[in-house]
Design a protein around this ligand. Structure first.
Ligand code: SF4
Length: 107
């Protein structure tokens, strides 16, 4: 494919542009179902990390997984897929540090 819009992105094209309305509809659908979602504080921390991340494309999409970050960040079983390690900080970083300490103590 020679579409220059795909450069630097795993598989994005113009159709990855999503409107505020579409994102709000997806978030509402999550709320209607019984998904494991994170706290508002953790959600805000994750989104703040995404907004600072150079891998965020179109202001909405992670170039590593193709996910809409406002959806991915909401889900408790999802992590940041950055190949160099998670860029999510705040509550996620604190949880990661606790896991690392716990695993060292069991060795
Ligand atoms: S790599 Fe992580 S921090 Fe960056 S946009 Fe993707 S999910 Fe967000």
């Amino acid at each position: 494919m020679t579409d220059s819009r795909r450069e630097g992105c795993k598989g994005c094209s113009a159709d990855v542009h999503v409107s505020r309305r579409q994102i709000d509809r997806m978030l509402a659908a999550l709320a209607d179902k019984e998904f494991d979602v994170v706290s508002d504080t953790k959600y805000a921390d994750r989104l703040a990390s995404c907004r600072r991340c150079p891998s965020l494309q179109y202001g909405s999409t992670c170039m590593h997984c193709g996910c809409i970050v406002e959806i991915r960040a909401k889900l408790g079983d999802k992590g940041c897929p950055h190949p160099a390690g998670s860029r999510w900080t705040g509550a996620d970083a604190a949880a990661g540090a606790e896991i690392a300490i716990a695993s060292k103590q069991t060795i």
